[in-house]
Design a binder for this molecule. Structure first.
Ligand code: ADP
Ligand code: MG
Length: 609
């Protein structure tokens, strides 16, 4: 069996996605890997396919029970012998699982890190060879990551106590250098193949709005996404409850989720959402890690989150099935203050840190928040900004974000760019380092305490942009930052610096084009997500078949087939088992289990019965 054949037969996909094949090949050759792929890119396949090919068993370390169960259910549906060991199993289930493992009947075993060093778990290696240990959500090892789990540090210990060191494969969506370094070091990876795949998620449309009334904007968005599944992230628990309550009063079916709810309510609400019994969930950032629901078709942020990292992870939960999906951020100036407050408040929970460390972390938090604010006020391509933030080059115009789709005109802004850059240059010559506000004040000859005190009126660039509206000037500065012509140095106050990219512009060797709003920015409402080419009515029928099967098997509907697969059926109209197997997402196993029910529905539809 080749990896490709396994992908086809067990998972029903024809092609590997970017990075998957290289990582799998390396694992099969016996080498360690560190895979860095954005949420929804398909990390699981990278260890699941090798697990089916290697002798013995693969252990998958995973942080959350809900995540393990979801994956194990999905794998079993595909005919793969997967199991998990965690504290929520009944005694019978627990011992039955141990027996199955010892008998060599389990191919993929999911476990939480706190279980690894128990005697029962360690002794499993006496019965089966453990060929591969996959560490999912590996950023949990690092204190720089958002979700540090001390038990993850025990994985290295576990590896050293196995009779034979297995191949180690680590996966995360967090790409910062500090986190990567921690993962390599703390897992003691051996010369790992480190692969960062493209961070772009083409099917996601990025939108920022600054509405007068957020709730009204939310209602409009929900109408535009009628019948679709969506997450509404709020910054506080209180807001999460309030928005949920209002939506219910307005006739929407919605549940809420945050760490202040009892574990039972939380689990019930999450389940209702995952199983598509309720289409909407309002949630704090406590919701989502390990949620693999693939048919979320929009994510609204009711408040600006604290960083681009957090935003990309949360918004990235939309459109995992590859269908067009919207990520909409509702921004207001209050969001900045709320986030600043959350960063600066005394955080006694984190007493692991020294005061110096805490101050350093706080400074980083403020810098990350500033980058988030720039995203919210950008008139330039949002996708370009995101990708650049994560260190990836991309075109200046994606054509599928709020900025690219709104009413802007592209103008040659070289002269304006030169004025702004030379103002930074002149200030620097005097040993002055200012932020966006000070630079703009200087360019516009605004008399403030600072411009007076620093005697900026004697600069040759003082007042050379008085005619430009302030808002437009700030937008242009923003664009120069987002394209790398200016760098924001973080310190107590963020200051602007020239970069190597600035010089060709200053010397007139490079032109700068900018898309600037013609009228008011971002007022335009966007069309709802385009519908697919197949037949709506057939799609509805297939969804009914799916619901019936899901209820019978007691699994979430998308585990049977996701929306992308159903839509492909509508477009391809398969009439035989062979044709059905050509539909992306239909594996051999699922064809045998469910294929006939769907084929029947398609035939009935064609004959008009
Ligand atoms: P991640 O863990 O990276 O966030 P997952 O492993 O949960 O992502 O995969 C996200 C979705 O992509 C899943 O629905 C999965 O079945 C799908 N997927 C993964 N690999 C492929 C592929 N090669 N072709 C099509 N779909 C894929
Ligand atoms: Mg995952």
């Amino acid at each position: 069996m080749t990896p490709r054949k396994i992908l086809r037969d067990f998972f029903g996909y024809d092609k590997f996605r970017g990075g998957q094949e290289a990582l799998i090949t390396r694992i099969l050759q016996g080498g360690d890997v560190l895979g860095i792929m954005p949420t929804g890119a398909g990390k699981s396949i990278c260890y699941q396919v090798p697990a089916l090919m290697l002798p013995g068993m693969t252990v998958v370390v995973s942080p959350l029970i809900s995540l393990m169960q979801d994956q194990v259910t999905a794998l079993r549906e595909s005919g793969i012998a997967a199991a998990c060991l965690h504290g929520n199993l009944s005694t019978e289930e627990y011992f039955a699982t141990l027996d199955a493992i010892r008998a060599g009947q389990v191919c993929l075993l999911y476990a939480a890190p706190e279980r690894l060093l128990t005697d029962a778990f360690l002794s499993l290696a006496d019965y089966v060879q453990i060929s591969l240990v996959a560490v999912d959500e590996a950023h949990c090892l690092s204190q720089w990551g958002q979700d540090f789990r001390p038990h993850y540090l025990e994985i290295a210990d576990y590896l050293s106590r196995l009779p034979q060191r297995p191949v180690v494969a680590a996966f995360t969506a967090t790409a910062t250098a500090a986190v990567r370094e921690d993962i390599r070091r703390l897992l003691r990876l051996r010369d790992p193949l480190e692969l960062v795949t493209g961070f772009d998620r083409e099917n996601l449309r990025w939108i920022v709005e600054q509405p007068q009334k957020k709730y009204d904007a939310l209602l409009r968005i929900l109408r535009e996404h009628k019948g679709k599944s969506g997450i509404i992230y709020c910054l506080t628990r209180k807001l999460t409850d309030e928005v949920c309550e209002k939506l219910r009063k307005d006739g929407f079916s919605c549940v809420n989720y945050h760490a202040g709810l009892s574990p039972e309510v939380r689990a019930a609400n999450q389940d209702a959402f995952i199983r598509d019994e309720v289409p909407l969930i309002t949630a704090t950032n406590a919701f989502g890690m390990g949620i693999d629901k693939s048919n979320v078709s929009f994510v609204v942020h009711y408040n600006m989150p604290k960083s681009m990292e957090a935003y990309y992870q949360e918004a990235g939960r939309a459109g995992r099935d590859g269908m067009p999906a919207d990520c909409i951020l509702l921004y207001s100036a209050q969001d900045i203050r709320l986030n600043q407050f959350l960063i600066d408040r005394d955080d006694t929970e984190n007493d692991l840190m020294t005061p110096e460390q805490r101050a350093a972390v706080r400074e980083k938090d403020h810098a990350r928040l500033n980058a988030m604010v720039r995203y919210c006020t950008l008139t330039d391509c949002l996708r370009h900004y995101i990708l650049r933030y994560f260190g990836e080059e991309s075109p200046l115009h994606c054509g599928n974000c709020g900025s690219c789709l709104s009413d802007t005109e592209t103008v040659d802004a070289t002269v304006d760019a030169q004025k702004i850059l030379s103002c930074v240059y002149r200030m620097d010559q005097r040993g002055l380092h200012g932020g966006v506000r000070l630079v703009c004040d200087t360019l516009q000859a605004k008399e403030t305490a600072q411009t007076t005190k620093l005697r900026l009126s004697s600069l040759s660039t003082y007042g050379i942009m008085q005619e430009t509206p302030r808002k437009q000037l700030e937008q242009m500065v923003n664009i120069l930052i987002s394209r790398g012509y200016l760098h924001v140095a973080s310190g107590q106050f963020p200051t602007l610096e020239l970069t190597t990219k600035s010089h060709p512009v200053l010397r007139g060797r490079e032109t700068v084009e900018m898309a600037l709003p013609k009228h008011q920015p971002k007022k335009k409402t966007l069309d709802s997500v385009p519908d697919f080419a197949g037949d709506e009515a057939l799609f509805e029928r297939l969804k009914k078949v799916r619901s019936r099967l899901a209820a019978k098997e007691y699994v979430p509907a998308y585990i049977i087939f996701n929306n992308a697969t159903l839509q492909a059926m509508c477009e391809q109209m398969p009439l035989s088992a062979a044709e059905m197997l050509d539909v992306p997402g239909v594996s051999r196993h699922k064809m045998e289990k469910y294929g006939d029910a769907f084929l029947q529905a398609i035939r009935d539809y064609q004959t008009g019965s």
